[in-house]
Design a protein around this ligand. Structure first.
Ligand code: SAM
Ligand code: SF4
Length: 484
C-alpha cells in the first residue's frame, strides 16, 4: 500500500494528533441545520458522494423530528438503492480473556478479579470452530484480550488453525480479527496468515475521556499508539480495516464527527477509507460500575446509524448481538450490512452449546458475566436469525468471494462500480444461501430460503442468471464453494 505522508497529518509529536478536539467542537458548535441544507446533503449522499465534516455536522445538529425522519429515510433509501437486500452473517469467537489493560468498561479488565481467565487450547479452538461450522457459519471474527500470550505469531497461529479446521461440508472462509494494536511487523505477520479485516476500536476519540477509561499505566493508555494503529496496518498491507467507537464514553456528536475525521485521514494517506465501522453501546459487564452520563438512547442511536450510512456510504456497517432482537430488527433497515448470529461469548462454549443442542437440553441458560466480556442481548441461534431475515425479505449471505479473489475494498466496489452488485454480490449471496439451505437449514427455513432465492433472480444480471441456476444445481449435487 502506498503511503502519502505529505497528504496527511500523522502525529509526529504527542500533542498534535490528527484528531483535533477544537476543530471537531468548532464544527459542532458553529454548524446550523436548516431543512434545505439537510435535504441537499442527503441528496449528495444518494448521489454516491461521501460527506465532509461540515455536512456531517449539519446532520448531527438536526433535531427537528421531521427532518430526523428524512435523514433516516435517506439512509434507508441509500441502502435500498445501492446495496440492495443482502445481510452478511458472521460469528465472534473469543480465543482468550487474559488482559494487561484495565479499561473501566470491560469485563476482562485486569483489576476484575472475578473474571475467570482462560485461553482456548488448540484442541478447544478446533472443537469450537467445528461447532460453528456445524451451525453453518463461514465467517468468524476471532477476539483476544491484550496480553503477551496473544502475540502476532500466536494470533497468526490461531487464524491458520481456524482455516485448517474442516468438518463435513463446513469451512471457515474469512477470519477477521479484533485484537490489540500491533507494530508494522506484527501486522505483516497476521496479514500473511490470510486475515480478512483487522478491527481496532478507538473506543473514544476524545483524549480526556480516553484517559479516564484507560489508565496511563496500561499499554492501552497510549491514545496515539491506538489512534495510529490503522496507519501501521495499512503500511503492512492490511487494507480492510474496521474502525469503531464505544458509545457511552463521551458525547456521541463528537465521536461521530471524529470518526469522519479518521476516515478522511485514512483516505488522504492511503487512498482507502474504513472497510467497516462498528458502533457498540456499552452493555453490562462483570462488576461494571461506570458513569452513565453519555449513554445513548435508542432513538439517538438510530439517528447515529443513519448518519454513518449517509456520511460514509461506501463502508460496511456492523450491528452486533449486544443489541436486542427488537432493536436489531428495526435498525437493520437504516443501512446495516453485517450482523452476527448464534453468538455466544463464553469462552469455549460454542462446543458445549452445540453438544447440548444435539442432546436436546435447554441451551438458554443465563450468561455468566464472569466468563465473558459483556452481556449480549440477542442470543438467538443462527437459524432463528436467518428465519427472521428471510421473513423480512433480506438475503442472508455468507459471501467471501471478493476477499478470496483479491478484490479487497469490496464495499467500495459495490458502491462505485456500476452493476457490481447484480453481477457479483447478489449471485454470490444466493450461492452461499443455497449451500446453507442444503447443508444446515431446518425444513421451515429451507422452504423460505428457496422462495427467497426464486424471488431474487430478478435482482441478478440477466447475463449471469443461467450460470447462477446451473451453479445452484451443482450445489444440490454436492459441489461447494462456488462463487463469481
Ligand atoms: N483487547 C482488544 C482491544 O481492546 O482492542 C480487543 C477488544 S474487545 C475484546 C472488543 C471491543 O469490545 C472493545 O474494543 C470495546 O469497544 C468493546 N467492549 C468492551 N467492553 C464492552 C462493554 N461492556 N459493552 C460493550 N462493548 C464493550
Ligand atoms: Fe483488555 Fe480489550 Fe477489555 Fe480493554 S477492552 S480490558 S484491552 S480486552
Amino acid at each position: 500500500m502506498q503511503f502519502h505522508p505529505e497528504k496527511c497529518r500523522i502525529p509526529d509529536e504527542p500533542n498534535k494528533p490528527f484528531i483535533d478536539s477544537e476543530e471537531i467542537w468548532d464544527y459542532i458548535n458553529n454548524t446550523k441545520s436548516t431543512p434545505d441544507r439537510v435535504r441537499e446533503i442527503i441528496q449528495k449522499s444518494l448521489d454516491k458522494n461521501r460527506l465532509t465534516m461540515e455536512e456531517t455536522a449539519v446532520l448531527i445538529n438536526t433535531t427537528d423530528p421531521e427532518l430526523v425522519e428524512e435523514i433516516k429515510e435517506g439512509a434507508r433509501e441509500l441502502k435500498r438503492r445501492i446495496y440492495g437486500n443482502r445481510i452478511v452473517l458472521f460469528a465472534p469467537l473469543y480465543v482468550g480473556n487474559h488482559c494487561i489493560n484495565d479499561c473501566k468498561y470491560c469485563g476482562f479488565r485486569s483489576s476484575n478479579k472475578e473474571q475467570i481467565r482462560t485461553t482456548l487450547t488448540d484442541e478447544e479452538l478446533i472443537k469450537n470452530v467445528e461447532a460453528l461450522e456445524d451451525d453453518g457459519q463461514k465467517r468468524l471474527i476471532l477476539v483476544y484480550g491484550e496480553h503477551p500470550k496473544y502475540s502476532a505469531e500466536y494470533i497468526a497461529h490461531t487464524v491458520n488453525l481456524t482455516y485448517a479446521t474442516r468438518k463435513g461440508n463446513g469451512s471457515i472462509r474469512r477470519v477477521n480479527i479484533n485484537a490489540a494494536p500491533l507494530d508494522v511487523k506484527g501486522f505483516r505477520t497476521v496479514k500473511e496468515a490470510g486475515i480478512g479485516t483487522y478491527q481496532i476500536f478507538q473506543e473514544t476519540y476524545n483524549i480526556n475521556a480516553y484517559k479516564k477509561f484507560h489508565p496511563a499505566y496500561t499499554r492501552k493508555g497510549d491514545f496515539n499508539w491506538r489512534l495510529t494503529s490503522m496507519d501501521r496496518a495499512q503500511q503492512a498491507g492490511i487494507d480492510d480495516n474496521g474502525l469503531g467507537i464505544l458509545f457511552g464514553l463521551y458525547d456521541w456528536r463528537f465521536e461521530v464527527l471524529a470518526m469522519i475525521r479518521h476516515t478522511n485521514h485514512l483516505e488522504a494517506c492511503f487512498n482507502v477509507g474504513p472497510h467497516t465501522i462498528s458502533f457498540p453501546r456499552i452493555k453490562d459487564a462483570s462488576g461494571l460500575n461506570i458513569d452513565r452520563e453519555y449513554m445513548v438512547d435508542d432513538e439517538t442511536f438510530l439517528k447515529i446509524i443513519a448518519i454513518f450510512r449517509l456520511a460514509v456510504p461506501y463502508t460496511g456497517l456492523i450491528l452486533t448481538a449486544r443489541e436486542s432482537p427488537e432493536f436489531r430488527h428495526n435498525a437493520i433497515q437504516f443501512g446495516i450490512s453485517q450482523i452476527d448470529g448464534g453468538t455466544n461469548l463464553q469462552i469455549g462454549d460454542y462446543r458445549y452449546h452445540h453438544e447440548d443442542t444435539e442432546n436436546n437440553t435447554d441451551k438458554t441458560e443465563n450468561q455468566n458475566l464472569h466468563r465473558e466480556q459483556f452481556k449480549i442481548n440477542d442470543d438467538r441461534t443462527l437459524s432463528d436469525i436467518i428465519d427472521e431475515l428471510l421473513d423480512d425479505n433480506f438475503i442472508p449471505s455468507f459471501c467471501t468471494a471478493c476477499y478470496r479473489l483479491g478484490r479487497t475494498g469490496e464495499h467500495f466496489m459495490e458502491f462505485s462500480v456500476p452493476g457490481f452488485i447484480k453481477r457479483y454480490c447478489t449471485p454470490n449471496a444466493i450461492l452461499t444461501l443455497a449451500e446453507y439451505l442444503v447443508d444446515y437449514a431446518n425444513p421451515t427455513v429451507a422452504a423460505k430460503g428457496w422462495k427467497c432465492i426464486e424471488n431474487n433472480f430478478k435482482n441478478v444480471d440477466p447475463k449471469f442468471l443461467d450460470e447462477l441456476k446451473n451453479r445452484i444445481e451443482r450445489i444440490k449435487n454436492g459441489e461447494r464453494d462456488l462463487y463469481f
